[in-house]
Design a binder for this molecule. Structure first.
Ligand SMILES: [Zn+2]
Ligand SMILES: [Zn+2]
Length: 345
């Protein structure tokens, strides 16, 4: 029996364990992928620490995955061994009205790789063939891995919010998602794009990839500054952090008729005055969860055509053996982190 190395969470609160497991074999409609790159997302840290729940233990974490197909199940068409693929991380039923209309992220049976079923911090993974999106040689595996979440998630949010030509956009939180949100807003036709983050280094990174202005909320009157820079507030605020105060900032920074899209995971309640915050200013607040299949061909094209500058996206590559050090770096926020990516030879 062929075996592989994997990093598993056996108990929340403990470090991941490096284990040896059998290489899974693909079902008839599945593919076996040799993982080449898997991004470490803040969500992985939340699962490890127990701040977000996983539904099975032990579980192999990792949901930002790219690799090479090594075997296809009997019923698989259109894919073959050797194809470079990135993986849509929701395994869905494929049949319900949500799935049929391309809104797989609404599927009530959706299971997430690395949360509900084994993910990509392993040498191999099996996934349904319909979750694999081939990408060209122009895109390195590390970037392809990030496309599946760090790019796809803000792309989905900005698509939902519908950026109109010339609109001003505020991006709150310049991490793995925010650095790409800035660029996607520009690609979609935004005028002013304002990056907001506490870390001056991240703000300078945001400027390098196209942010027209930056605001540090650590300095006084951040909201007033955004309102001043835009002559009354932004048309669209994208919240990527998930704290009650940053969601509040997003709302307060939007102009009359403006909208806020909340992507950061915030399980707490926020105070809202419907009359002053919403009605009087005709503002909209919306949520955006995960991605949909329709996002994948577009973001792969943007990466292939170099419309997305991903040269700052991978802060460091790590071998699987150093996954716990990677999670510690994320926890301590001690280096100017965009994304750490586990890579495999
Ligand atoms: Zn993630
Ligand atoms: Zn479904």
């Amino acid at each position: 029996m062929k075996t592989m190395r994997a990093a598993q969470l056996t108990e929340q609160g403990n470090p991941l364990e490096l284990v040896t497991l059998p290489v899974p074999s693909p079902g008839e409609e599945e593919i076996l992928v040799k993982v080449k790159a898997a991004g470490i997302c803040s969500s992985d840290l939340h699962y490890q620490e127990g701040r977000s729940q996983v539904t099975k233990l032990p579980i192999t974490l990792g949901h930002e995955i790219a690799g090479e197909i090594v075997e296809c199940g009997k019923q698989v068409r259109g894919l073959e061994p050797g194809d470079r693929v990135c993986i849509f991380y929701l395994v869905t039923c494929g049949k319900c009205p949500a799935c049929s209309s391309g809104n797989d992220n609404y599927c009530s049976e959706a299971k997430m790789l690395g949360k509900n079923i084994d993910g990509g911090f392993a040498e191999y993974i099996t996934v349904p063939a319909r979750n694999a999106y081939p990408f060209p040689d122009s895109i390195p595996f590390t970037h392809a891995a990030l496309l599946t979440d760090a790019v796809a998630t803000p792309f989905h949010a900005l698509s939902r919010a519908g950026v109109k030509t010339g609109e001003s956009v505020l991006v709150i939180g310049i991490g793995g998602l925010g650095l790409h949100a800035v660029q996607i807003a520009k690609i979609m036709g935004a005028g002013k794009v304002i990056a907001m983050d506490l870390d001056p280094e991240k703000l300078s990174l945001a400027s390098r990839v196209g942010a027209t202005m930056t605001v540090n909320p650590g300095e006084k009157k951040a909201v007033e500054k955004v309102i001043e820079l835009t002559g009354g507030g932004v048309n669209l605020a994208v919240e990527l952090i998930g704290l009650p105060q940053t969601i509040r900032q997003a709302i307060d920074c939007t102009a009359t008729g403006g909208r806020s899209v909340v992507v950061g995971i915030c399980p707490e309640e926020i105070a809202l005055n419907p009359y002053h915050d919403l009605l009087l200013k005709e503002r909209t607040i919306m949520g955006s969860a995960d991605q949909s299949r329709a996002d994948f061909p577009v973001i792969i094209e943007l990466a292939d055509q170099k419309r997305l500058d991903m040269s700052h996206s991978v802060t460091r590559e790590l071998p699987l053996d150093e996954i716990n050090q990677g999670l510690d770096m994320l926890r301590k926020k001690d280096i100017n982190l965009v994304r750490l990516v586990v890579t495999f030879p």
